[in-house]
Design a protein around this ligand. Structure first.
Ligand code: ADP
Ligand code: MG
Length: 238
């Protein structure tokens, strides 16, 4: 299970309101993409879902349960960042297993989950290396592997491909699409890349200045944009 319900989410930093009332339903197993210009609040919204930011008001429910007061590690969420956020002094294996170790999962079980995730991501040859010995694409696969071993209800990706070159972006995108099919997990994915949005999404959420402009399937947004902003963002090739 991994449904998400957002109700009237508002978030302000000081006097600056960044999220201005977000309502959204994500169904179990859906691949949902947030798109919108830089600064419109995409990362803040993901971080609020993850519990890394507290909403100023409104509610976040996961599988129907209000999680406003649930610590990030206990929300059943794993997040993948643009910057990978790996520990430089730990091996790939230890980076992948750290969350489980901290949660008290027995070593044998951790090793089994790491082996499975490493197999899915072709990371077996790199398990003993440290992040500095890996390419950007490999590092991002480790970050994805670290998310997978936690078997989250909800995967959150914040522009995971932005630091990769064009060829790797395509490969990693296809890999994420494959993982979504095989894990049948709910995924919420931030990008400002139209191609990523159109090819990965079951549902696209177009944001502008802290508000949702439109929600729909890629074809719905492409064929029937609600306004010029959506048309400009989805319709025109870049
Ligand atoms: P996006 O991911 O869509 O580019 P962000 O969610 O990162 O946008 O940021 C939205 C707005 O909130 C920006 O104006 C940004 O400067 C501001 N913001 C984000 N995080 C903080 C913070 N911790 N403190 C103050 N302002 C912030
Ligand atoms: Mg961002």
């Amino acid at each position: 299970m991994g449904s998400l319900q957002l109700k009237s989410i508002r978030k302000a930093f000081g006097g600056h309101e960044v999220l201005k009332g977000i309502d959204l339903e994500v169904k179990d197993g859906e691949f949902v993409i947030f798109v919108g210009p830089s600064g419109c609040g995409k990362s803040t919204l993901l971080r609020t879902i993850a519990g890394l930011e507290d909403a100023t008001s409104g509610s976040v429910r996961i599988d129907g349960d209000e999680v406003g007061h649930v610590a990030p590690a206990k929300r059943g969420i794993a997040m993948v960042f643009q910057s990978y956020a790996l520990y430089p002094h730990l091996t790939v294996k230890d980076n992948m297993g750290l969350g489980l170790k901290q949660a008290g999962v027995p070593r044998a079980e951790i090793d089994e989950k790491i082996a499975k995730a490493a197999g899915m991501l072709s990371l077996e040859p790199y398990l003993a290396r440290r992040p500095a010995e890996l390419s950007g694409g490999q590092r991002q696969r480790v970050a994805i592997g670290r998310a997978i071993v936690r078997e989250p209800k909800l995967f959150l990706f914040d522009e995971p491909l932005s630091n990769l070159d064009a060829a790797l972006r395509v490969n990693t995108r296809l890999e994420i699409a494959r993982l979504h099919r095989s894990l049948k997990a709910t995924m919420i994915y931030v990008t400002h890349d139209q191609v990523e949005a159109m090819t990965l999404a079951d549902k696209i959420v177009v944001l502008s200045a802290g508000r949702i402009e439109q929600v729909g399937s890629p074809m719905e947004l492409y064929n029937r944009p609600a306004n010029l902003f959506v048309a400009g963002f989805i319709g025109s090739p870049q």
